[in-house]
Design a protein around this ligand. Sequence first.
Ligand code: AMP
Ligand code: MG
Length: 534
Amino acid sequence: MFRYDNRFTQFLPGDTEPRNFRRQVFGACYSRVRPTPVPAPRLVAYSREMATELGLSATDCDSESFLQVFSGNQVLDGMDPFAMCYGGHQFGNWAGQLGDGRAINLAEVVGRDQRRWTLQLKGAGPTPYSRTADGLAVLRSSLREFLCSEAMFHLGVPTTRALSLVLTGQDVIRDMFYDGNPQREPGAVVCRVAPSFTRFGNFEILGARQDDEVLRQLTNFTIEHDFPDFWLSRQTEVNSPQFYADWFAEVCRRTATMMVHWMRVGFVHGVMNTDNMSILGLTIDYGPYGWLEDYDPSWTPNTTDAHGRRYAFGQQPQIGMWNLVRLANALWPLVQQKEPLQNALQEYSESYHRQFETMMAAKLGMAHYDESLIDGLFRLLGSLETDYTLFFRQLAIWQESAVPADNFEQWFDAQGIPELLKPAYYNLGQWSQTIAQRTRDWLGQYRILLQRDRQTPADRRQSMQRVNPKFVLRNYLAQLAIDAVAQGDFSPVARLLDVLRNPYSDQPEADSFAEKRPEWARHRAGCSMLSCSS
Ligand code: AMP
Ligand code: MG
């Protein structure tokens, strides 16, 4: 089925203990471990784009062999399954060894165009890193991970991918609300796919244990295999402090880029612990994530974080920095100089701000960032519950109509509500004179700036619609798909995946998927708030 090239296990030190029991693992980057078989696997969905990348046809994906492999029942010749050893800072505190507690890397394969991918099962049974947990995953979190990985890919956000979602036929016990009411839930396995699943935490655990030897091996391996351009251009400098510092700066830039994308599409990761930060700058570990509905920078979907709001939407860029500082500390033995590391961190800030400004200007269809306009926009979005996605999408349409010089007034109703923006407002009952004035002022300022712009309003609408998605994986849409699958109907997953394939296209037949969150979903678990239980 695949062409294998298992480099992680070939080139890096592994655990010498072959038995699968929970323990601390020293002097190694991974432990070999096999998935636990499941009784009655059923394929819920697969991603045809990911399958194509891997060289798999539709017939391959519908085959019995595919089901057996991606449920964990069969390990193919050439696969070399392992779980990674990593640590992490969770909610600001060092947590020691974590590791792949329920993820098993099956193999590294070479796909289309010689691209390399690691195939990883999540929820396929315990590993040496499972600590007190069972190594399993439930349907709801697995389906959310499967769909969101692919949705993010189609949105153009750097992300790990997903190949398949399989029901195991075995229930898993979870206390979803942590209130002493454990329930049986259907178990599932997702096959995740990425060039590599290495995290900040893989370096941190070696740093914390002062295992400089393995730290250098892992770092060199990562640079050579995951940053091949950097490696090739700097090969003569390997092992020099500047070599590692400059590579760290590249990690900083990639992390900044990922943050800007999250802010663009309104994605809230929910658990930005350092073990959930990919060294490649990919969005990784979809847990209690959420999509911003009404614009609120302090919003977090994660009920565990409801008090501290450490990982709220607006905090994410700063937390990115905090996490990079942890990574810099871990890499200290390789650099041993403050300045180059500090310069790299400084570059994170600068790169983030530069990219954020370009992104915000693009969201508004403008060639340049205008600070007072953007500040005013965020104030406006915060003064009445406004859907972040719909607002920008509708604004693209609004400007096309309202920019011509003589017709500003006709785009407001009697109460001063801009007609074309109405779909974005959650609670027009709270519309007031003050909000009307603020809205008119801001739209007026925006319009004047646009009138100075060379682009035609029609071209501008098109360019705005390329950065402002119409379709995101609204929290309640994922929940509806979960409910359907739990009832045995898999078709809503395929439908949703289909719509999310083209998030920037109008797809008028799919308008219902673009609507703002319905009122019933406002306080329903799984729709507006999620626990970490998964
Ligand atoms: P998370 O906060 O989900 O990223 O998980 C933190 C750590 O807990 C990681 O090492 C996970 O592999 C591990 N973990 C989470 N859930 C489970 C589970 N059900 N079984 C085993 N390990 C788990
Ligand atoms: Mg994790």
